[in-house]
Design a protein around this ligand. Sequence first.
Ligand code: PMV
Length: 298
Amino acid sequence: MGFGRGKVILLGEHAVVHGFPAIAVGIDRGVTAEATIGRADLLRLAPWGLTIQPDPHGSEPLERAFAAVLATYPERPPLRIDAQVELPAGAGLGCSAAIGVAVLDAIDAALGVQRSREALGAAALVWEQVFHGNPSGVDNTMSAVGGVALFRRGQPLEPLYSNKPLHLVIGCTEEPSSTKEMVASVARQLREEPKRVEGAFEAIESLVRNAKVAIETGDHVGLGQLLDLNHTILSSLMLCTTKLDAMCRAARAAGALGAKMTGAGGGGCMFALAPKPEEARRIRDVLGQGAFIAEVSP
Ligand code: PMV
């Protein structure tokens, strides 16, 4: 059985595409997949009822992504892969990367290929590249490896440790978000107003550096403040929606130490940091349908 986790970027999304560091966590919710030797290559995605055939020139990104992954196995029999997706798609939780990691992991298991989780995550970049042209690699890496880590493009992942778990509550706006469009919008702003956008990235980097210390020392009050500040900077890059802002405010009013959008933005999900499990449950109830708790141990 293959597995790819969903991920939550705690701080640093978008800046990470341009070489700045981000901190992300892997969550237990994700995608499972099983590969069996079949008559033809086929990928079935439940609960969406989708059946995909690989096609490097197909009109559907899933057809091209499946073909790109299969091409990384030089000699193999035809494979039928059944995947079960338990993440919302296009919501900033790394659903596409989790599918890619689960599919590769399942194929590895069926063919007896052995590799580290880091190497599995790196191999899934070919899948992610189909969905948006310039992925930082944070989604596929965290999907494979999990835990809490500082990620910087092209550098080894730096796991963070602490004896204090993070009580996260994830809320979904139900507004669809396109990573490709949001990444392109930030790139356009960077081209047109380099000083403003580079300033935003540098400010995000200092929040990430402080957040690393706050996580390692268990200072969740400090971490919450850093999350709020990161949300404001992402807002200045026009990545937040009225609904994302309202949900973050509601979470703070219900006792969250901090709250911010996560992932590409322009819709999708937000998350809140709760001080304890009781508050996490209260915040989940306030955030409404689709909200869920993720406890993560650094
Ligand atoms: O919304 P998601 O899950 O696709 O996350 C995207 C994270 C970005 O930093 C916006 C893009 C990237 O490649 O890192």
